[in-house]
Design a protein around this ligand. Structure first.
Ligand SMILES: Nc1nc2c(ncn2[C@@H]2O[C@H](COP(=O)(O)OP(=O)(O)OP(=O)(O)O)[C@@H](O)[C@H]2O)c(=O)[nH]1
Ligand SMILES: [Mg+2]
Length: 255
């Protein structure tokens, strides 16, 4: 619980047998200043894992939902619609994020409906992290493109899963979430902007992962995801402009 609001964590998981149990346990063990648990529930969205990820997650105390539509975005969308806590936190169960950083996101949830982690502060990137200069710059420039075209608040990372969204904001955004693949995160920012969900970025630690990296760990994966993000941002922009223009006469009429 955080300020009498329930907190739930969503983990998208595809063959994370090496990490899932410790990730679930770590988040469930977090306690607030009052000594009570911070996290009320963990939902693991098992995305057709073949290595027993689902059973391990269940044994560690998570609720497991099976999503058969393959893809990181499909898994996160399913988690967002399944979980029913007041505050929803998305994270990866691969050891790359520090569970204690949830407190940083929660602190800003008092003032913002969505709080996004950013992994671009060099002081918080661990040596073994998959965040060398090229990936860091790529994340930064794609995020800046998103910020400029969609007139968002300051953005420096377009690919950080560790983010918080309030349940009512997530429900408002749902109709504009459609990316099932690995470039889902900018889709979430666009959906937030389209539905008046105010957000802010907060620096979080980024560590090295155990087990196989499935998205940006290879050059091919990194390029494919980067290009898909850029394409999404450019292709969706006319629709965004149209929505803004269509909303203006209504706003004027309301005055
Ligand atoms: N690639 C992939 N990941 C999925 C899928 N479904 C869920 N996931 C999860 O999405 C998260 C992101 O994938 P990672 O392999 O960590 O990729 P990454 O974060 O770009 O790379 P690292 O920095 O090495 O962690 C992991 O927790 C996966 O288990 C899927 O269909 N494909
Ligand atoms: Mg990862």
């Amino acid at each position: 619980m955080w300020n009498r609001q329930s907190v739930g964590v969503v983990f998208p998981a595809y063959n994370e047998a090496q990490n899932i149990a410790s990730a679930v346990a770590e988040f469930r063990a977090l306690a607030g200043a009052d000594g009570l648990p911070l996290v009320d529930g963990v939902v693991v969205v098992d995305n057709n894992s073949t290595d027993g990820t689902g059973d391990l997650a269940r044994d560690a105390g998570a609720e497991v939902v099976v999503e058969t539509k393959q893809g990181y975005g499909n898994a996160l969308q399913r988690g967002l619609s399944e979980i029913d806590t007041d505050i929803i936190v998305l994270c990866e169960p691969d050891g790359t994020f520090a569970s204690r950083d949830i407190v940083k996101l929660l602190a800003y949830s008092e003032d913002f409906e969505m709080v996004c982690g950013t992994r671009t502060n060099p002081g918080m990137i661990w040596d073994e992290a998959n965040m060398k200069w090229f990936l860091r710059l790529g994340n930064y420039f794609v995020a800046k493109g998103l910020e400029i075209l969609y007139k968002t608040r300051s953005l420096s990372d377009c690919g950080c899963t560790f983010r918080l969204v309030r349940k009512d904001a997530a429900r408002r955004m749902q109709g504009d979430l459609f990316v099932g693949a690995s470039h889902f995160l900018p889709n979430m920012i666009i959906a937030a902007k389209m539905n008046g969900v105010d957000f802010i970025e907060v620096p979080v630690s980024y560590k090295g992962r155990t087990g196989e990296s499935k998205i940006t760990g290879s050059w091919l994966g990194m390029w494919k995801t980067g290009i898909a993000m850029i394409w999404l941002i450019l292709a969706y922009w006319p629709r965004f402009l149209f929505r803004v223009a269509a909303a203006q006469p209504k706003a004027a009429a309301e005055r």
